[in-house]
Structures are given as C-alpha cells and as structure tokens.
Design a protein around this ligand. Structure first.
Ligand code: NAP
Length: 468
C-alpha cells in the first residue's frame, strides 16, 4: 500500500501472522503514534529506552525500524483529519504498533480516537496487567500482593454506541416501537418520556473470543486462575449470559487444563469422604439444596455426577494443578481486589466493568502514570500497545510527566513479539530506577527522600539501570 503522509522506512520487514503464530523479523517496521500533549515528551524518552533495550539484548542482531503514523492534533494540523484512513491501514499492514495518548476531539465527528482504532481493527481484547513495582508509592498496605491481569472486552457492551438521545426523532420512534411491540419491557422504564436510552449488546461470539484469549493467556503464562467478572445477578441476559457462555467455553475447549471452582468443591468433598453419595455432595456444595424445586435439585445432582465423571483426569487432587475458573460479581470484586488481592489472578470481563476495574486497580500499583495497556486481536495478530492515561495537556512540553505507562506498554509489546530479553531489560531498568528512588514528579511528591527527575532523565535512569 502506498501512503500519502506516512514515510515507510526503506529497510525493515513486516510482522505477519501464520497459522495463528506471530512471525517477527529481526528488523521489524513498527508504527507509532507519538500522541498529543505530553505524548511528545513521553515518546522521546520511551523510544530511547526501547532502542537501548533491543541493542543491549541483541547486540545489533535485532533492530526496530520505527515508522511514525499520525492521529490526533498532529494529524489534524497536517491533513485536517483526526484519524486519517492511512493510519488505520498502516496498523493493519504492519500489525504491531504503539501509541501515546490522544486528545479526544470535542464536538461531533469521532467520539474517541482510541475507540475508533479499536473498532476499525477489531482489537477485541483490552489487556491491562496490574503488577506492583517495589518502591512505587501506593495507597494500599500490601501492594506487593497485587499481580493481576485484566482481559476487558473491547468491542461491545454499552460501549457499542447504540444510543437514543432524548428529544430526537429516532428516540421517539424507538420508544413508540417498544411501547407497541414490547409492552412488558416498556412498562419497566421508570420515566419513559424523559429517558435517554442505550442498548447493551453482549454476544456469544464476543464473549467466547474474549474468554478464550484470557484462558489461553493464563495457561501460556502459568497463571493459577481466571475469574469471570459480571453483574449477572441483575443483568441476566447480558452479564449473566457472559458468565454462562464463559463457563461453557472453558469446559468445552479447555477441559483437561481447567477446573471450575464448583468442581473443586465436589471433587474435594469426595476425596475427603469417599463414601459420600451424590446427594450428600450436592447438599454440601449448595446448603439450600433441601429448599430447592425438584428441577433445580436435579440440575445440581447432574452437575455433581458430571464433576465426579472427571475423576480420571481431575480426581485424587489432580485438580489442584489445573487452571481454576471461577466467577465473581462486579461490585464485590472492587472490594476484594483490595482486601484479598492475592486471591485474584486473571480477570475476564465486559467493556464497562473492565474500564472501571482497570483504572481502579491501577491506583493500587502507582496510578495511571505507570499502568500499561494493549489492544489485541489474537486471530489477526493486530495489536496496539498504549498509554492508559490521557494527554495531561497542562504539563505538555515541560519534560515533566512519568513516561512509565508507554515504556511498560513497550515492554508488553516486546513480550508479545517474543523479544523477552529486551522486555526483561526494560522491566529491570524500571524496577531499579524506582528502587534507587530516582523518579518523576508524580512519585516524588509521595515519597520522602526521592530524587526528582524529568521525563527524559527517568528514561536515562532506566537505560542506566537495565543491566544492574
Ligand atoms: P489525563 O490526561 O490522564 O490527566 C489527568 C491527571 O493524571 C494529570 O493531571 C496527572 O495528575 C495525571 N497523569 C496523567 N498522565 C500522567 C503521566 N504520564 N505522569 C504522571 N501523571 C500523569 O486525563 P484528562 O486530563 O482527563 O484528559 C486529557 C485529555 O486526554 C482529554 O482530551 C482526554 O480525552 C484524553 N484521554 C486520552 C486517553 C488516551 O489516549 N488513551 C485516555 C484518557 C484521556 P496530576 O495533575 O495530579 O499531576
């Protein structure tokens, strides 16, 4: 493809995907969006860290050929567009890239450039690791207990944008249709004449590909469990369905590698007491069994039988080595990820829950200045790694803010590409720089005797500490 404003580096090869495996040449061309506001400062510091890590790790055998692509204010100044089509095309063609924060244009047009990029490239996983770096100031008592990875569904849920604004003809028509054709649903609207309405689609396909990615990632990375986070007790046919489809997918596609939490109870009960009958086991896992309707009781008896049918592969304690699949309600998860952080590992959830949860958990490990993120489609291989914070415009061009979020996003990117040695160097450099208490203003103001560094100086410190 030929580009109008993007200059494709003369040297370098393309990342591609073959049989579901990413193919990364030693000299990949990687597109980057510098980002608006503080994005400029951050990118300058980050790219030096990336190049230094690759050089140190591979001594010239591998090298990234960076290719600037444009979005946000820079693109608008150049071609009067916030997100030129060729930027999306470049990410599609070169597959893996990285971006800084972008201004969300106010007043019409694209609602969010980030959301648009995710949508055009169908980047259905928003991956947000939440891991503590020793020494980072944290508001919780034991931040070292926090080591979680959030898989947030990125393309549907209430974020689909299927909305009806009060006062518009569309809204009138929609409510008239609802009143006429679905009177029972219409009757549930508390103030139907003055309501804005939004549609919340949660699909089986969307759920399955997200949960599949989370489980596969957990298995590949030797994690202990995946929690399906939902509000299915209230929204039964969307969030509740997510839970059901998630468990179905887990037991259908990963049967030998996983065990559900309820299966662990059933198998554990039987191991503790081999003479236990199916009904006694059912009464132990569901203490309300005696009061249930006969149909529900039968379902639980069937569930116990099915779990005991796994004895050969899961019984006699074998289940303890399997990936544990459980589910948890979205409200309590906010409390428990603080009070019992150790019990959570990989979290798979829908768009809105995931949005809140990612930022809330990031607070425990030092906030947005340091939280990395990625948007990935595991089938096409397309992935954009990105800062999770905004453009922080009041600090733009002051060489002041923390570049950690983009730098750790780069660490994730190298890991995704299989360049683990470069990723390890970046992580190590960051850990050591923080341990030496050489930090940017956001950490400095929360620490007692730290040395204040500029954005670029923090990048230098990471490079300096990489091999220590
Ligand atoms: P923001 O840019 O994230 O900034 C909010 C505050 O977070 C800053 O004032 C600063 O706190 C802290 N912060 C952000 N980045 C930091 C960094 N690198 N290092 C240290 N501290 C950092 O949020 P906003 O002001 O609400 O949004 C500004 C613009 O960014 C908007 O146009 C918004 O649409 C856009 N945005 C873009 C993205 C994205 O591209 N992914 C995400 C969110 C928002 P202190 O003031 O306490 O120092």
């Amino acid at each position: 493809m030929s580009y109008a404003i993007i200059k494709v580096p003369e040297n370098g090869g393309k990342v591609s995907i073959k049989d579901g495996k990413l193919q990364v040449p030693n000299n990949p061309i990687l597109p980057f969006i510098e980002g608006d506001g503080t994005g400029r400062d951050i990118w300058r510091a980050s790219v030096r860290v990336f190049d230094a890590a690759v050089e140190k790790a591979y001594g010239g055998k591998r090298k990234v050929h960076w290719m600037e692509v444009y979005a946000g204010e820079k693109a608008y100044d150049m071609v009067n567009e916030w997100l030129p089509e060729e930027t999306v095309e470049a990410f599609r063609e070169f597959l893996v890239g990285i971006k800084g924060p972008l201004t969300t244009p106010i007043g019409g047009g694209i609602r969010s450039l980030n959301v648009a990029l995710r949508k055009y490239l169908d980047l259905y996983v928003c991956l947000r690791p939440v891991q503590y770096i020793d020494g980072v100031p944290s508001p919780v008592k034991r931040p070292e207990d926090v080591d979680m990875v959030i898989f947030r569904e990125n393309t549907e849920d209430i974020y689909a944008g299927a909305e009806f604004e009060l006062g518009t003809q569309e809204s009138e028509d929609f409510r008239a249709m609802l009143k006429e054709q679905f009177p029972n649903q219409y009757a549930k609207l508390r103030f139907p004449d003055t309501s804005g309405i939004s549609i919340k689609p949660v699909s089986k396909e969307g759920t399955e590909r997200l949960v599949r990615a989370a489980i596969q990632w957990a298995l590949d990375n030797n994690r202990k469990g995946v929690s399906l986070v939902h509000k299915g007790n209230i929204m039964k046919f969307t969030e509740g369905a997510f839970r059901g489809w998630g468990y179905d997918l887990a037991t259908r596609e990963f049967r030998n590698d996983i065990v559900t939490e309820r299966e662990t109870w059933i198998l554990g009960n039987k191991e503790a007491n081999p003479d236990l009958t199916v009904e006694e086991n059912a009464r132990m896992i569901d203490p309300g069994f005696g009061m249930m309707a006969p149909d529900t009781q039968q379902e639980i008896l069937d569930e116990v039988e099915a779990a005991l049918g796994l004895w050969e592969t899961h019984g006699d304690g074998q289940w303890k080595d399997k990936l544990r699949i459980k589910d948890t309600i979205a409200d309590i998860v906010f409390q428990q990820t603080i009070t019992r952080a150790k019990e959570f590992d990989v979290l798979a959830t829908m768009n809105l829950n995931g949005d809140y949860l990612s930022d809330a958990l990031a607070a425990q490990i030092g906030g947005m200045g340091i939280a990395p993120g990625a948007n990935i489609n595991y089938e096409t291989g397309a992935a954009i790694f990105e800062a999770t914070h905004g453009t922080a415009p009041k600090y733009a061009d002051q060489d002041k803010v923390n570049p950690g979020s983009v730098i750790l996003s780069g660490e994730m990117m190298f890991r995704y590409m299989g360049w683990h040695e470069a990723a390890d160097l970046i992580l190590n450099g960051m850990r050591e720089a923080v341990k030496a208490e050489t930090v940017t203003y956001d950490f400095h103001r929360l620490m007692d005797n730290a040395t204040l560094l500029k954005c670029s100086e923090f990048g230098d410190a990471i490079i300096q500490y990489m091999e220590e």
